[in-house]
Design a protein around this ligand. Structure first.
Ligand code: ADP
Ligand code: ZN
Ligand code: ZN
Length: 716
């Protein structure tokens, strides 16, 4: 018997291998095969009697797992491979991980408490005491959960083990450690709008229908998700609740976990250890786990009986994968729900243009959740940018501090100065490997490239003219922090950006600090707009969002508006007090700020759709980028010129091809980047065209590496 195997290599062909007749092997099985001088895992995509090749075939080494992928998953794999023009072998790796099949995964290590409260040494340090208290409550924790519940410090756990307070144990079941923590938080009674939304979805629970749960942050969307999941779980149906980046939203994870029987819920994302992932995978396949909170990758689980998919913050760009198979998780959720004939619920305060467009075309039902009456709307002001602002706001801040209220400074750039300028020749200091300027980071005192992450020391002279007159330009989060520290105590100021928050435990630490702010300032990048519940925010100050207004990427204003609406939504959430949002801009009369002042996101969407329509941009057409990367421009140019020639050959009048251009960031990490943009009137045209094109491109001799990005989210 011959099997067709897709292996995890960028090969556009599947490979034939031989299998002995008496061995059980089916389509969807995972096998280990010899490849070149090593062995690889592969997925069986077909079985046949004869190979078309001439030469003798290699035999597979062994079958790792028979029928690992089911029929529906194989169908999805084929769809993705063809729609996103990505080799089967690469697409297949979304469905399994090499690590799943390692023997060592069978055991999950954890810790168990040994000492009781009585014999707790009174001299024990508070940090350790805190951890012991956690264990007194939970008794047993897997290593993963331990990291989640504490500000993980390796030394402390080692000490506690040495001192005999804890012992190392093997945990049989992922949820074992949580057995003693089953105090399920009682359900909240849904209000009228929530009930209506819930009932609308449940009415169609046995058919494919898409809903947009449209409501500002805090309007109670999560409660609707929970109600849907609970009802479906009771009918033995699984529910997948998708979130854009679980590492950024531990609050949501905790909230959800506290609402379900912990044995029946799990989180599934790349931050979970392999062994825990595999256990969860198995428990989802067997149906033991009923509610899954997951990121993109959870779409490729093997569900026993999926009853609905919920996509929270559906507009978030993190749902788009940026390497390998560049899929949109929201769109794949759509595919899966259609395939399984189950409802899809998209939730957002700031829905994407695509989703709104589908609603206008009657393909989506809108379920509105108005702001709850508890929260007052905040006053939104647009102010002309004036260079020096500290005196302007100092009094305001002092007043709010007295009232124990908090403030958000939203600054869309991390670091201290985004530019270092030579005052005499006006050149900027740029990264040697990327076509971007270096950002000055005061914390650590270095220059950092935000594209390739390379660090360098601050030069004494300008590279070009040797002048010593170098100055930092522009305000990043560190600069704003620095300014504020001149007037306010450091305990009152929290910086919330990816330099400060490098891992989940640092996030937990920072969120704890924020929750204990009674009159303080949170300075953050777009990270603050992502689902966090900050308490008592009376003022949101938005600084430096102007560059997005003039981006060459037509999506930039949509992203900016989503961010601004989300950040503005952090103000005055849970208390009945007046709150303010102030946007500082050089262009206060820009059209898009009007929608913000009127709190009318839908109006913004409608205007933007008009604009897109006049340009025939998505969602009125489909875009596909062909990107080429190489150490020199000519390779890219030659390759894309060939591609252009082929494309012209297959082109029909419904396909528009733009010029070959360098990407906005022309060079990243030593590689030049160029692109060719295709625009299709109809999707049906697109797939056929691209697959023909790819076949040609595969035979091109080129030094450039290249990829296709279907429905790109980022044109830069
Ligand atoms: P969203 O997901 O839209 O941001 P949540 O569902 O998290 O909103 O709700 C925000 C807050 O309001 C939560 O603290 C939640 O417990 C509370 N809440 C939601 N619905 C209700 C309700 N029907 N009655 C009382 N409180 C509610
Ligand atoms: Zn100079
Ligand atoms: Zn760089």
């Amino acid at each position: 018997m011959i099997v067709d195997v897709a292996i995890n290599k960028p090969l556009w062909k599947t490979l034939d291998y031989e299998v002995n007749e008496n061995i059980e092997c089916s389509v969807g099985s995972i096998v280990e095969v010899p490849f070149r001088n090593s062995t690889e895992l592969g997925l069986v995509l077909g079985i046949k009697k004869k190979s078309s090749g001439q030469y003798s075939l290699k035999k597979i080494n062994k079958i790792i797992e028979v029928s690992f992928l089911n029929k529906e998953q194989l169908q999805l794999l084929n769809f993705m491979s063809s729609y996103y023009c990505c080799p089967h072998g690469i697409t297949a790796t979304l469905f399994y991980s090499k690590n799943f099949f390692r023997e060592s995964l069978k055991k999950i290590y954890g810790y168990q408490i040994t000492a009781s409260l009585n014999n707790l040494n009174s001299e024990i340090k508070t940090k350790k005491k805190k951890i012991i208290e956690i264990f007194q409550q939970k008794k047993k924790l897997s290593h993963e959960d331990y990291k989640k519940f504490t500000n993980y410090e390796k030394k402390i756990i080692n000490d506690l083990l040495k001192e005999g307070y804890l012992k190392k144990v093997i945990i049989e079941d992922v949820n074992d450690s949580l057995e003693n923590n089953n105090n399920i938080v009682k359900d909240i009674e849904l209000n009228l709008d929530q009930r209506n939304a819930f009932e609308c979805v449940m009415k169609d629970k046995n058919s494919f229908k898409t809903f947009l749960l449209y409501g500002p942050t805090g309007s109670g969307k999560t409660e609707v998700y929970i109600a849907i999941a609970k009802q479906l779980n009771q009918a033995d149906k699984q529910v997948l609740i998708m979130v854009p980046e679980i590492n950024l939203t531990p609050q949501l994870e905790e909230n959800l976990k506290n609402r379900f029987d912990r044995k029946h819920v799990c989180v599934y994302h790349s931050g979970v250890s392999n062994s825990e992932k595999k256990k969860n995978y198995d428990n989802i396949k067997s149906g033991k786990i009923k509610t899954i909170i997951g990121t993109r990758s959870s779409l490729f689980l093997s569900f026993k009986s999926l009853g609905a998919i919920i996509v929270d913050e559906e507009h978030d760009d993190s749902y788009k994968q940026n390497d390998g198979c560049r899929y949109s998780a929201r769109d794949i959720a759509f595919y899966i729900c259609k395939q399984k004939k189950i409802p899809l619920v998209l939730g957002s305060a700031t829905p994407s243009i695509e989703t709104y467009f589908k609603y206008l075309n009657n393909n989506i039902s809108i379920l509105n959740l108005p702001k709850r009456d508890l929260t007052k709307s905040s006053k939104i002001l647009i102010e002309q940018n004036i260079e020096n602002f500290d005196s302007l706001y100092k009094n305001k801040i002092k007043k709010l501090f007295k009232e124990k209220k908090n403030i958000i400074f939203y600054v869309n750039r991390r670091g201290f100065n985004p530019l270092i300028l030579c005052n005499s020749c006006k050149s900027t200091i740029n990264c040697k490997k990327c076509s971007v300027s270096l950002t000055f980071h005061k914390t650590g005192n270095f220059l950092l490239c935000h594209q390739c992450n390379s660090k360098s020391i601050i030069p004494k002279n300008c590279d070009l003219c040797m002048s010593k007159d170098l100055v930092g330009i522009g305000d990043g989060t560190q600069k704003i922090e620095d300014e504020l520290l001149k007037s306010f105590a450091s305990e009152k100021i929290v910086r919330f950006d990816s330099d400060e928050i490098k891992n989940p435990s640092k996030l937990k630490f920072t969120l704890d600090k924020i929750n204990n702010l009674h009159g303080g300032i949170i300075i953050g990048t777009q990270m603050v707009s992502k689902g966090h519940n900050f308490p008592k925010i009376a003022l949101v100050l938005i600084l430096g969002s102007d560059n997005a207004l003039f981006s060459s990427d037509y999506r930039a204003t949509e992203k900016l508006m989503q961010e601004l609406f989300q950040v503005a939504g952090r103000a005055g959430r849970e208390l009945n007090f007046d709150s303010e949002v102030i946007i500082r801009t050089k262009y206060p009369s820009n059209e898009i700020f009007k929608h913000l002042i009127n709190s009318d996101y839908s109006k913004f969407l409608e205007n933007t759709l008009q604009e897109r329509k006049s340009l025939n941009y998505p969602p009125f057409s489909s875009h596909v980028l062909l990107r080429a990367l190489s150490k020199n421009r000519k390779d890219n140019f030659d390759f894309l010129s060939q591609a252009l020639k082929f494309a012209e050959l297959y082109k029909s009048k419904d396909i528009k091809i733009y010029d070959i251009v360098p990407c906005v960031i022309e060079k990243i990490n030593g590689k030049y980047r160029h692109q060719l943009l295709f625009q299709f009137e109809r999707k049906t045209l697109m797939v056929g065209f691209l697959n023909k094109l790819v076949e040609k491109l595969n035979n091109c001799k080129t030094k450039s590496t290249w990829y296709l990005d279907v429905d790109p989210k980022n044109l830069n």
